[in-house]
Design a protein around this ligand. Structure first.
Ligand SMILES: Cc1cc2nc3c(=O)[nH]c(=O)nc-3n(C[C@H](O)[C@H](O)[C@H](O)COP(=O)(O)OP(=O)(O)OC[C@H]3O[C@@H](n4cnc5c(N)ncnc54)[C@H](O)[C@@H]3O)c2cc1C
Length: 403
């Protein structure tokens, strides 16, 4: 009798895990249970679908025929509500019970919605799933004003999408400039200006304190300055909460997320956690690159193929807003020991900053022209001395080689 593997969640981590299990010749019987109506799809592209640059047919990660061919049992539209780790069985909200020998939590995370009055109202949304996308689009046909809480990557992509749908959008952001984790103040201000020119409004250094409702429907939002912003919808894109509750209820150790080691093993034998629901060496995840690396490690682990385990690698950031080139990599915090080269061309909307620590390149911000980004990222990752090419670095690898 072959091993029974059950995977909870049918998101991006799971798609990669399934492919990788097939590649590594895993011989067990696999069941995937996901609460969304669709099999795994490319969540990253939801922003581009909202902005009308892609359509829903571009989203699926694996064909339905793939599951048949590989004899993976796929259950969609069912939420796992109970894990009995004694009996080694999971149960869904519809009463479906599935036994397992090995269990993988790949439950991802959800939009963080702060505990403030009014958030239960109609028109308060996250931006995480196809269901959210449909709800946002539906509201956009009747509502003409939206507030997006969060001026990070996800918030700006949501704001851009809403703006292209003809909705009047205001972004509320806690910090003094958008994308403060990836950009310095000057680049942040320049990005803000570009987005303002398209009609997106910004309220900075502000946090929401209450969503106001009229007959249960969003009518606006109060911020901590006391100001009120009219809105028919509020989209929260300010952080994520890992879906760890199911595991915690089953007695599996959790911290900020489900605690796992570099082989994705939780503290319970035979139970694994992968992707945004997992916490590995005190770290949680919000981007797909590390999640897919983890999936490859877990596939080898389950298939009995040697693996040296998951090791975190920093990945560069790009903003998916058409017409705005933006790249950020490495550490962009300005400390005392840090020097930088800056190139600015205000008229062209170009700002490029390379950040050095001693003789190494440690960060790069490229706005308006992201050429050279991949090379800079390689230099940052390799931590090699750039002394010899430093004067030509700004102009790209061809110049540096010629210099
Ligand atoms: C709009 C948007 C844009 C993004 N853009 C980028 C980007 O440009 N670059 C990047 O690197 N990352 C991006 N991300 C992040 C990326 O999508 C995630 O890192 C990735 O999806 C994480 O994969 P995951 O499998 O851990 O979680 P998910 O893909 O969220 O999958 C988890 C699945 O488990 C399901 N589930 C949860 N609980 C249960 C349960 N009890 N029973 C059954 N099913 C359950 C969930 O509904 C979900 O379908 C973006 C995310 C969003 C929302």
């Amino acid at each position: 009798v072959s091993e029974k593997l059950v995977i909870i969640g049918s998101g991006m981590a799971t798609a990669r895990l399934l492919e990788s299990l097939a590649d590594n010749g895993y011989g067990g019987a696999i069941t995937v249970i996901g609460d969304e109506m669709q099999a795994s799809y490319n969540r990253v592209l939801l922003s581009s679908v909202l902005a009308g640059e892609k359509n829903s047919q571009d989203l699926p990660l694996l064909d339905i025929s793939w599951y048949r061919q590989h004899q993976v049992e796929l259950i969609t539209g069912e939420t796992v509500v109970f894990v009995d780790s004694q009996k080694q069985q999971v149960k869904t909200h519809l009463g479906t019970a599935v036994d397992y020998d090995k269990l993988v939590f790949a439950t991802g995370s959800r939009a963080h919605i702060p505990n403030i009055p009014g958030v239960q109202g109609l028109g308060v949304l996250g931006f995480r799933s196809l269901k959210d996308l449909d709800a946002i689009r539906r509201l956009a046909t009747t509502g003409k004003r939206a507030v997006v809480v969060g001026g990070g990557l996800l918030g700006l992509e949501a704001a851009h999408g809403l703006n292209t749908l003809g909705v009047d959008v205001t972004v509320i952001h806690r910090r003094a400039w958008p994308m403060n984790r990836q950009l310095d103040a000057e680049a942040g201000a320049l990005l803000q200006e570009r987005l303002e020119q398209r009609g997106i409004g910004f309220v900075l250094s502000a946090s929401p304190v209450e969503v106001s409702l009229a007959s249960g429907q969003v009518s606006g939002i109060f911020i901590d300055s006391g100001d009120f912003i009219d809105a028919d919808m509020v989209v929260f894109a300010a952080g994520i909460d890992p879906n760890k509750e199911l595991a915690a209820e089953a007695g599996i150790a959790c911290n900020r997320a489900i605690v796992a080691n570099e082989f994705m093993q939780t503290r319970k034998e035979g139970v694994y956690a992968l992707g945004e629901c997992a916490e590995i060496n005190d770290m949680t995840f919000g981007l797909v690159a590390p999640v897919w690396q983890q999936a490859d490690v877990l596939a080898r682990e389950l298939a009995g193929v040697p693996t040296s385990g998951y090791c975190y690698e920093d990945a560069p950031t790009q903003l998916k807003v058409s017409g705005i080139d933006l790249f950020s990599a490495g550490n962009i915090d300005s400390g005392d020991e840090i020097y930088s080269q800056v190139m600015r061309d205000k008229e062209q909307g170009i700002y490029r900053r390379l950040i050095f620590t001693e003789d190494r390149l440690t960060g790069a911000i490229l706005l308006g022209d992201r050429s050279g980004g991949t090379w800079y990222d390689q230099l940052i990752q390799s931590a090699e001395s750039i002394d010899a090419v430093r004067p030509w670095l700004m102009f790209g690898s061809a110049y540096a080689a010629a210099g």
